[in-house]
Design a protein. Structure first.
Length: 460
């Protein structure tokens, strides 16, 4: 349930565009028509209807914050609660509560801190995000994909592959910001917001969330920098921060300093860039480090890498007597230089990142062993859901071998759990295979080739 808090909740009635209120539609039109205009009156768009929609858009099973209130408990008498919350927000009596600090394991064995907000804070944050999206979705650049309505990880992956294959990319920069969410400067954050937001009541709400602090084991601590990773508003605030720190700056740098092709794909704080010339890539990396330091950020020295990658990388490295081109990871996939089977043309190959698959398999092994005494059908239905969910994300063209290994290992763990039911277990492979065939989905490609989906999404 903790992981339910790591993703920004979406509000389908507003993101789909069909039920956006006339007022919010007007905000979007004004933001589109007047790119430099500041919005002085936005809080009146935070209505009881928007708060209600925001509540029903939240994850039902998410872990509670410091208030201990679950979604189901709040739903009882929700109308009166929403009316009271609306009143408190508009008369200035609303107070943000500290986030509850929890930790979830990362693929590399370390712990990632999450901040779980109180339920009413989530509701108000979701409503404010819906309002601000009408402005910033007009401003954000096309190469920014993370935590935006109507954009997905697979669209970012498609854009990266198409950019590398169609542009003259010979060098790839995989840039990682060290502890980004923990180091967002509050003063700079408010300055950036004030470029477009002049409604002091909205700004005060955001300040309350930034300054609310965190509670860990019942002990409150102040937060002078950072925005809690896991808060509903954090992805939007992160995108606004990086829009001014990175996106606008990289556009200007590309026009002013680059003579060759430069491609950019950013997913929140995870960025991959492609360069035609090595000298420009190295210069950009130096300039980027200086730019980040100016705004209280730092590139991770171990995770930020500049590698030779592209259509000529294998040939050039072979001529110099070097090994095959290095690979890089992005959004759960390892990207490698490859060739098409028939024509032998360059293409980007993708397979599930090893550390991600190992982490998922470790989790499944623990859970399936804990279920060893459950009815076979019950465990089978659960495994089918888990494996299919994994395939729904990773079943891209060219990744069949990795998915096959994943399915095979899941089957081994389930058979191991069934054998541990009893010391006299007779669960041989011949007995087990019918169970695996019935309950564990077989891998198959579920996504089109990147260029096909990219061209359909961008018909130009």
């Amino acid at each position: 349930m903790t992981k339910e808090n790591t993703h920004q909740s979406s509000t389908p009635p507003t993101q789909g565009g069909e039920r956006v209120s006339q007022g919010l539609a007007g905000v979007r039109r004004a933001a589109q028509a007047r790119k430099g205009e500041k919005f002085t009156a936005l809080l009146h768009h935070l209505t009881t209807g928007l708060l209600r929609d925001s509540f029903f858009a939240l994850k039902r099973q998410a872990a509670p914050g410091v208030d201990g209130v679950t979604w189901q408990e709040y739903e009882a008498g929700v109308e009166d609660r929403i009316t009271d919350l609306h009143s408190r927000v508009h008369r200035g009596a609303y107070r943000a509560q500290p986030s509850r600090r929890v930790y979830i394991p990362k693929a590399d064995g370390r712990q990632r801190p999450l901040g779980i907000a109180a339920l009413e804070d989530k509701i108000v944050q979701q409503a404010v995000v819906t309002i601000l999206n009408q402005i910033y979705e007009v401003d954000f650049r096309g190469f920014s994909y993370g935590s935006r309505p109507g954009r997905s990880q697979h669209q970012a992956l498609d854009a990266l592959v198409v950019g590398i294959e169609r542009k003259q990319v010979n060098w790839v920069l995989d840039a990682d910001i060290r502890g980004f969410f923990d180091n967002v400067d509050h003063e700079w954050m408010l300055r950036f917001l004030q470029h477009r937001i002049a409604d002091r009541r909205i700004l005060r709400l955001i300040q309350k969330w930034l300054k609310a602090g965190v509670s860990e084991d019942g002990i409150w601590s102040e937060t002078k920098v950072g925005t809690p990773q896991g808060a509903v508003a954090s992805p939007l605030l992160a995108n606004i921060y990086l829009h001014y720190v990175f996106d606008l700056w990289v556009e200007a740098w590309r026009k002013k300093c680059a003579s060759g092709h430069v491609i950019v794909v950013r997913y929140v704080d995870d960025t991959v860039m492609g360069f035609e010339h090595r000298e420009e890539a190295e210069r950009f990396l130096r300039d980027l480090g200086e730019r980040m330091r100016k705004f209280g950020l730092e590139l991770h020295p171990d995770k930020t890498r500049l590698i030779e990658f592209g259509r000529h990388a294998e040939r050039n490295r072979k001529q110099r007597g070097e090994k095959k081109p290095e690979s890089f990871d992005f959004l759960g996939f390892t990207h490698l230089c490859g060739k098409t089977r028939k024509q032998g043309r360059f293409m980007v190959l993708r397979k599930t990142a090893g550390k991600r698959m190992r982490a998922k398999l470790r989790q499944i092994k623990q859970l399936v062993l804990a279920r060893k005494h459950d009815p076979v059908q019950q465990t089978g239905e659960w495994l089918r859901s888990v494996v299919q969910g994994y395939f729904n994300y990773h079943a891209v063209p060219g990744n069949g071998r990795s998915m096959g290994k994943f399915r095979e290992q899941v089957a081994r763990y389930w058979r191991l759990a069934l054998r541990r039911r009893s010391q006299k277990s007779r669960m041989t492979w011949d007995r087990f295979r019918p169970l695996a065939q019935r309950w564990i989905p077989v891998q198959r490609v579920l996504h089109p080739f990147p260029r096909e989906r990219f061209d359909a999404t961008h018909p130009r």
